[in-house]
Design a protein around this ligand. Structure first.
Ligand code: KG4
Ligand code: ZN
Length: 332
């Protein structure tokens, strides 16, 4: 089956074409307009999706050497995400499925981040644990099959990506700041400063307190040293990043201990973080886990992962009708 997939949940307009689980073409248009506002502006995201979606799909078809009439199903991100942004992808996908008279597949964005591991080999074997870390979510999942996943723990407030991005904003770094913290941390000393980490019970997370303590830390130093940030940027980034990673890896160890499952995957935008990738791999080698870290291009939002998920859903005949709605808080 040839599936066209659309992703428009936040600030990337992306399309992908997959034939029987094999990716034929894939394109991501990243919206740069938000940089000047220090965060995603929902209204501008919707407008940019509306402008991008037609050329992005056309180019994706061209790259795969296909016509609209070759498509046998259309998939889209149903949620979670920004409502106006989701509506652009949903309306486009529904119209196209209706016009071509082909099945429509409504995909959960968070499940798609997990299933990005099946776009290229090696893929994890079921059951496996997945730590999904993005700008909107932080969760540990027990993945029993492509369509059967269970949340073992999740953040009770901010996502870890937000903890990166908000700290970066306080440091005066561009949005989205996660990759800039990663960049400056590479030549910094992670032991230079210590930050309190939240200790919620079991497998749940909390990052809002860490974000606030980072603000107080900066305020305290800036009162006596106005150029504290510029003089110590690398050490500040490395230390704060390490505190966040420590929380993630501690919970992951607990999840392995509780379930006995040693197949461990990482997913979501924050999995692009170079220190997290290295430390998870080292931890896996030390603990005897099999770890799976996605390629950079499949870490952040992309339609290839939506196509992959749609492929599994089509195999199980999980199809949507034209009344299906985009939902900003789509239940897992
Ligand atoms: O999955 P994603 O593309 O979008 C959401 O679904 O949220 O994740 C975006 C998040 C942002 O918070 C961004 O700062 C973070 O991923 N991110 C990183 C890195 N690259 C992207 N965080 C830390 N280090 C990175 N290298
Ligand atoms: Zn995402």
């Amino acid at each position: 089956m040839i599936i066209l997939a659309i992703e428009s949940s936040c600030d990337e307009t992306s399309a992908a074409i997959m034939r029987d689980g094999v990716l034929l073409s894939h394109l991501v248009a990243t919206q740069t307009i938000h940089e000047q506002y220090g965060g995603v502006v929902p209204e501008l995201a919707s407008r940019a999706h509306e402008q991008n979606i037609v050329p992005v799909v056309q180019e994706t078809l061209k790259k795969a050497n296909l016509q609209f009439s070759d498509l046998q199903a259309v998939a889209f991100t149903q949620g979670p995400g920004l409502l106006g942004a989701l509506l652009v992808g949903a309306s486009y996908a529904k119209s196209l499925a209706w016009a071509l008279n082909v099945p429509l597949i409504a995909v959960n964005h968070l499940k798609a981040h997990v299933l990005a591991h099946f776009i290229e080999k090696p893929s994890p074997s079921f059951p496996f644990l997945c730590l999904t870390v993005s700008g909107g979510h932080t969760q540990i999942l027990l993945v029993q099959s492509p369509i059967n996943m269970q949340i073992l723990g999740q953040t009770q407030d901010d996502a870890v990506g937000e903890a990166f991005d908000k700290a970066a904003k306080l440091l005066g770094l561009p949005y989205p700041g996660g990759r800039w913290i990663d960049h400056y941390a590479q030549t910094g000393n992670a032991l230079a400063y210590s930050f309190p980490t939240s200790q919620l019970k079991d497998l749940d997370f909390s990052f809002s307190g860490m974000k606030t303590s980072f603000l107080y830390f900066l305020q305290k130093h800036l009162t006596t040293q106005p150029d504290f940030i510029t003089q110590n940027l690398n050490d500040i980034c490395a230390s704060y990043q390490q505190a966040l990673i420590n929380v993630l890896l501690t919970k992951l160890k607990l999840a392995v201990a509780q379930t006995g499952i040693k197949e461990v995957a990482l997913a979501g935008g924050v999995s692009a973080n170079s220190a997290l990738r290295k430390q998870l791999q080292a931890l896996g080698e030390h603990e005897g886990w099999q770890t799976y870290i996605p390629k950079f291009e499949y870490c952040t939002d992309n339609a290839a992962m939506i196509a992959m998920t749609a492929h599994f859903m089509a195999q199980e005949n999980v199809l949507a009708d034209l009344e299906v709605q985009a939902l900003p808080r789509l239940p897992f």
